[in-house]
Write a protein that binds this ligand. Structure first.
Ligand SMILES: Cc1cc2nc3c(=O)[nH]c(=O)nc-3n(C[C@H](O)[C@H](O)[C@H](O)COP(=O)(O)OP(=O)(O)OC[C@H]3O[C@@H](n4cnc5c(N)ncnc54)[C@H](O)[C@@H]3O)c2cc1C
Length: 592
C-alpha cells in the first residue's frame, strides 16, 4: 500500500475559498483562527496522520481486534501508542470549550484535521469520532456537575466516549428500545443489551463513558419515553480518577466486512446489580439529547466518505503511474496505464467526486459554526441552523455514496491486483461499505431530507440554498471560467432541483410518494449543491492572482469534468421523482 500524504493545499483551499472559513472566523469571533494558524495546524496534522496513524492501517485490517478471556478488547499493534500520542499532542481538544480544557477553536477547523485521521486509518479514527459526539452531547445537555465530572478527561482524550442506541429489535426505529433505567437515589441503574457499539471496549484509554438510551419504568411508549444516561466503565472516585468497575461489559465482538480494527461490541449492562448511570438532560427527552450527538456525527461520517475516497484515489493514481500495459493512443512503446483514456476517465471520476464531496462536507461544517455563534443576531443564526439541518443528510448521504463508487473504481484501476488483498485497494472498498449504513442508513437520511427538512419546512431552507446558487447561474461570474455550453448545463441542473422541489412540495402529504422518491431527491440535491461548490472553487482559483499556476487550471478541469460527467445524473433523478412511486410500488409483493 502506498504512503498516505494529506492534500493540505487542496484542503486549505476548500476550507477557505469554498466553505468561507476565514469569513466565518471573523464574523463569529474566532480571532485566533487566522490563515497562518490554520495552515500550521493542517501541516502538523498531516505529519501526524502520515507518520503515526497511517502505519497502523494495514496491520489493523489484518489482525483486527480480539476479546480476551477476561472480556478485555485487545487492539492491534501500534493503536494504543498512536492514541496516546494523539491525546498528549492535544488533538482531542481542538474545538472544545476552554472551561473544560478545550482549545476553543471552530468545529469546522477540526474537520480537515479529522479528515486526515480517517484517511490514515478509518477504523482507528472512529474512536475519536464517537468521543467527540459524546463530548458534544454532554456539553450541551449535561448538568454542571456532570460536565465537571466527565468533560475535562474526555476533552483531553484521557477517556473516550461511545454512543449506545441500537438493540437487536431496534435499529432504524428507536421506538422499540427496551433497555431499562431504574431510579436509585441520585443515580439510575441500567439493565439491558446494546449491539453494534463502536469502540464499546478497548485498551487505548483509561476509561470509557458510554452514552446509553434507556427507558424509565413509567415512561410513555415509543420515542417519547426514552432517556439518555452517561454510564462510565469505571465510576470516577472522589478525586475524579477511574475508581470502581461499573456493571457493564463487552460480551462479544462482531466479525465484519471491513473496519476490522474497530471493535463493534455487544454491550451488556446490569448483569448484576445494574450499571450506574447519570441522567443527561431531562427524563424522557433522551432522543433529543442524542440528536445533538448524532447530527454532528452524521456530518463526520460524511467526512469519512471524503477521507476514504481520497485514500483510494491516491493509491490508484500512484499504481497507474507505475503499472505498464499496452501502448496508449498517441504514445510509442509500452505505456503506464494512466495514459490510457479509460483509466484516466476512472481517475477523473475519483478525483472530481472526492473534491466535490470535500467542498460539500466543509461547507456544512462551517455552517455549524455560524449556527452556534452566540455573537450573531438570531435571524442569521436561524438561517444557518436551517442550512445545517438541510446539508446534514446531504453530507452524510452523498459523501458516503460517492465513497462506494470511488473505492470500487480504485479496485478497477488496479485490474486483477485490486481484487488481491495485498495491494490494499480492497481494504478501502471493504471499509467504505459501512458508511451508508451506520449513523442512520442513507434511506433514513433521504426520508429526513424530504420529510423534516423540505416538506415540513415548506421548502424554505432549500429555497435559500437555491438562492445562493443564483449568482452562479446565467451570466456574470461563472461565464469567465466556463464555456457557454457548460454554463447552460449548470443552469439546467439548478432548474432541475427547483422543479424536483416543487413536485416534492406538491405531493408532500403522500408518504408513499415521498418514500419512493426520497433517495433520488437526496442524490439530486446533493449533486447540484456539490456542482455549485465546484464552480465556486473554479472561480476562486481563477481569481486568485497570487497564484496562476496549474492549481487554477486543475480546478477548472475537475469542475468542467463534474459538469460534463456527474451533473447529467441529475436528469435521471428528476425523471424518477417525476414518475413518482408508480413503478416502484407496482409489483405485487410476491414477485420480489
Ligand atoms: C460496524 C457498525 C458500527 C455501528 N456502530 C454503532 C454505534 O456505535 N452505536 C449504535 O447505537 N449503533 C451502531 N451501529 C448500528 C447502526 O447505526 C444500525 O445498523 C443502523 O442504524 C441500521 O439499523 P439496522 O441495522 O437495525 O437496520 P434496519 O433498521 O433493520 O434497516 C434495514 C434496511 O431497511 C431500511 N429501513 C428501515 N426502516 C426504514 C424506514 N422507516 N423507511 C425506509 N427504509 C427503512 C434501512 O434503510 C435498511 O436499508 C453500528 C452498526 C455497524 C454495522
Amino acid at each position: 500500500m502506498t504512503a498516505f500524504r494529506a492534500p493540505t493545499r487542496e484542503m486549505m483551499f476548500t476550507l477557505q475559498q469554498v466553505a468561507g472559513f476565514s469569513e466565518m472566523a471573523k464574523a463569529c469571533g474566532y480571532e485566533d483562527a487566522s490563515e497562518d494558524v490554520v495552515a500550521a495546524i493542517l501541516e502538523e496534522a498531516a505529519r501526524f496522520a502520515s507518520s503515526v496513524i497511517a502505519p497502523t492501517n494495514v496491520i489493523g485490517d489484518q489482525t483486527g481486534v480480539r476479546l480476551d478471556p477476561d472480556l478485555n478488547v485487545v487492539t492491534p499493534a501500534g493503536f494504543r501508542d498512536a492514541y496516546q500520542q494523539y491525546a498528549e499532542s492535544g488533538w482531542a481538544s481542538l474545538q472544545f470549550d476552554p472551561e473544560f480544557g478545550g482549545q476553543g477553536l471552530p468545529f469546522s477547523l477540526a474537520i480537515p484535521v479529522q479528515e486526515m485521521w480517517h484517511a490514515a486509518n478509518m477504523a482507528w479514527g472512529l474512536c475519536p469520532l464517537l468521543s467527540q459526539g459524546a463530548v458534544e452531547a454532554l456539553s450541551e445537555k449535561g448538568s454542571d456537575q456532570l460536565k465537571q465530572l466527565l468533560l475535562p478527561k474526555m476533552i483531553s482524550g484521557q477517556w473516550t466516549g461511545t454512543m449506545n442506541l441500537t438493540e437487536p429489535q431496534s435499529g432504524s426505529d428507536l421506538s422499540g428500545i427496551r433497555t431499562q433505567a431504574r431510579p436509585d437515589g441520585d443515580v439510575y441503574r441500567i439493565k439491558g443489551q446494546k449491539i453494534f457499539i463502536t469502540w464499546g471496549e478497548h485498551d487505548m484509554a483509561e476509561n470509557i463513558i458510554h452514552l446509553v438510551l434507556a427507558r424509565l419504568p413509567d415512561a410513555p411508549p415509543g420515542v417519547k419515553g426514552i432517556s439518555l444516561f452517561a454510564v462510565p466503565k469505571y465510576l470516577p472516585d472522589a478525586s475524579g480518577e477511574p475508581g470502581e468497575r461499573n456493571d457493564c461489559q463487552a460480551v462479544s465482538l462482531e466479525h465484519k466486512l471491513g473496519i476490522h480494527a474497530s471493535p463493534t461490541c455487544v454491550m451488556s449492562y446490569g448483569d448484576n446489580e445494574g450499571a450506574i448511570g447519570y441522567l443527561v438532560g431531562e427524563e424522557n427527552r433522551g432522543l433529543a439529547c442524542m440528536f445533538t450527538m448524532m447530527n454532528n456525527a452524521r456530518l463526520t461520517v460524511g467526512l469519512q466518505g471524503v477521507s476514504i475516497s481520497e485514500r483510494a484515489y491516491q493509491q490508484a493514481r500512484d499504481y497507474t503511474l507505475e503499472r505498464t500495459q499496452g501502448t496508449a493512443p498517441g504514445e510509442q512503446g509500452v505505456s503506464p496505464i494512466i495514459k490510457h483514456p479509460d483509466v484516466r476517465r476512472m481517475l477523473m471520476i475519483m478525483k472530481t467526486l472526492t473534491e466535490a464531496a470535500r467542498g460539500l462536507a466543509y461547507t456544512g461544517c462551517v455552517a455549524v459554526d455560524y449556527a452556534n455563534a452566540e455573537n450573531l443576531p438570531d435571524d442569521i443564526r436561524a438561517r444557518y441552523k436551517r442550512r445545517v439541518d438541510l446539508l446534514t443528510p446531504l453530507v452524510k448521504g452523498w459523501c458516503t455514496e460517492i465513497a462506494q463508487e470511488v473505492t470500487s473504481l480504485g479496485i478497477q484501476c488496479y485490474g486483477g491486483m485490486g481484487f488481491i488483498e495485498e495491494t490494499g485497494a480492497a481494504q478501502h472498498y471493504r471499509d467504505a461499505r459501512i458508511l451508508p449504513i451506520y449513523e442512520g442508513t442513507n434511506g433514513i437520511q433521504a426520508l429526513d431530507l424530504i420529510g423534516r427538512k423540505t416538506v415540513r419546512d415548506q421548502g424554505q431552507a432549500m429555497a435559500e440554498l437555491i438562492e445562493d446558487m443564483r449568482p452562479f447561474t446565467g451570466s456574470l461570474q461563472s461565464n469567465c471560467v466556463l464555456t457557454a455550453e457548460r454554463q447552460a448545463k449548470f443552469d439546467q441542473a439548478v432548474a432541475f432541483l427547483e422543479d424536483a422541489t416543487r413536485v416534492v412540495l406538491e405531493r408532500g402529504n403522500d408518504d408513499q410518494f415521498t418514500g419512493a422518491v426520497a433517495f433520488d431527491y437526496l442524490m439530486l440535491s446533493s449533486t447540484v449543491t456539490a456542482g455549485w461548490l465546484m464552480l465556486k472553487a473554479a472561480i476562486a482559483a481563477a481569481n486568485d492572482l497570487t497564484d496562476q499556476s496549474t492549481f487554477a487550471a486543475n480546478k477548472l478541469t475537475t469542475t468542467s469534468f463534474f459538469i460534463d460527467h456527474i451533473l447529467p445524473r441529475c436528469s435521471s433523478h428528476l425523471s424518477a421523482i417525476r414518475s413518482g412511486d408508480d413503478a416502484i410500488m407496482a409489483l405485487p409483493e410476491i414477485e420480489f
